[in-house]
Ligand binder design. Structure first.
Ligand SMILES: Cc1cc2nc3c(=O)[nH]c(=O)nc-3n(C[C@H](O)[C@H](O)[C@H](O)COP(=O)(O)OP(=O)(O)OC[C@H]3O[C@@H](n4cnc5c(N)ncnc54)[C@H](O)[C@@H]3O)c2cc1C
Length: 328
């Protein structure tokens, strides 16, 4: 029997692995607990248009990732974002132009993962709770009690805290995943009927509840009819206010935004708050991907490398490469 490979997670890491394995002629099946793909690169459709609540932009440094981003750009999935950038410190806003090339999905962040997924077989709304092995093959159990399989290999491509439980059959891998601390982030979107009187399109913030803000509709191709802004709270603030009610989070971050943006901020006509419990790993690692080749169990994700989109993509490639090496 030729059983397919299961991949749990359709963020950029899982899809990077899926594409590499599919290109090598392997059968794969993807699973995700969410309604769609993208994970932390997803965009939220809302009354104010689609909003990038997670990853804001990404950079490309590794040659392999640079090449793939160029392909995404040629296909129209990604575009360069050239925001008018600022720094805010001690209540002072200052222009902070730099040479960094910043990429975003086009016309929304999720365009990239959606295109990568293409027609690959996937089950959404399917939260995997257990990965277990029979004599030779793996099976997956989901939160509704259904089992899926058999699979020849399993790649776990979820954030580390969720991965450690799914890797229980390989205690070394589970232990490595369990050692990764991931920081939370509260994200708030505000929409204003008329454009705020500011040139700011992106701003790194110090000494505030907020550590980053961006004018969502300054990104290429966005469909926002309102002047939409995304605010990210700092990890420290998010940790301290993890269980604060959404309305209170919006009120406090709106207040911090009004204080630092340097122009009149009217009451927003649209608001939304989203809590990312596992936004980013506290530290980078150099693992590439985790593998137990004998068990045929693998793990990948941003937490295995840089904690960024590029790291997640590279980690997925690494998981696929190690799996394919062992097949030969
Ligand atoms: C607020 C925020 C801001 C960020 N800003 C940037 C930035 O500016 N630049 C940058 O490069 N990076 C940024 N990042 C980080 C970047 O988004 C991530 O590094 C990258 O998207 C991680 O991809 P991944 O595939 O490893 O994980 P994820 O995108 O988290 O994908 C994991 C997937 O697994 C699914 N899943 C989890 N558990 C299960 C389960 N039990 N069963 C089934 N499915 C499951 C999830 O639904 C998810 O779709 C940011 C992240 C956040 C949250």
């Amino acid at each position: 029997m030729n059983a397919p490979i299961a991949i749990i997670g359709t963020g950029i890491a899982g899809l990077s692995a899926a594409q590499a394995l599919h290109a090598a002629g392997q059968d794969i099946e993807l699973f995700d607990k969410s309604r769609g793909s993208g994970g932390r690169m997803a965009s939220k459709r809302s009354d104010a248009g689609s909003l990038d609540l997670g990853a804001q932009y990404f950079t490309a440094r590794d040659r392999r990732f640079v090449e793939v981003v160029q392909q995404w750009q040629t296909r129209g999935w990604a575009a360069e974002w050239q925001p008018s950038l600022y720094n805010a410190q001690d209540g002072q806003l200052s222009a902070s132009p730099d040479e960094q090339v910043r990429w975003v999905g086009s016309p929304r962040m999720s365009a990239i993962t959606r295109a990568m997924l293409g027609a690959l077989p996937v089950r959404f709304n399917c939260r995997i709770t257990e990965v277990f092995r029979g004599d030779r093959y793996w099976s997956l159990l989901d939160a509704d009690g259904n089992s899926h399989g058999p699979f020849s290999h399993v790649i776990v491509a979820t954030p580390a805290p969720q991965a450690s439980a799914l890797l229980a059959a390989a205690p070394k891998l589970a232990g490595a995943a369990a050692s990764v601390v991931m920081e939370p982030t509260w994200a708030v979107a505000l929409g204003f009927d008329s454009a705020l009187d500011t040139r700011v399109e992106g701003c790194f913030v110090q000494d505030s509840a907020i550590d980053w803000l961006a004018r969502n509709r300054s990104k290429p191709g966005r469909d926002n009819h309102l002047d939409t802004w995304i605010l990210h709270a700092s990890s420290a603030w998010s940790r301290q206010h993890l269980d604060l009610a959404r309305e209170a989070v919006i009120e406090q971050l709106h207040g911090a935004f009004a204080e630092l943006i340097g122009c009149t901020v009217p009451p927003p006509s649209f608001t939304l708050a989203h809590r990312w419990l596992y936004a980013r790993p506290a530290q980078a690692h150099q693992w590439g991907a985790l593998a137990d080749a004998d068990l045929r169990l693998y793990a990948c994700g941003d937490w295995c490398l840089s904690g960024r989109v590029e790291g997640a993509w590279l980690s997925g490639q690494d998981a696929a490469r190690r799996l394919l090496e062992h097949l030969q």
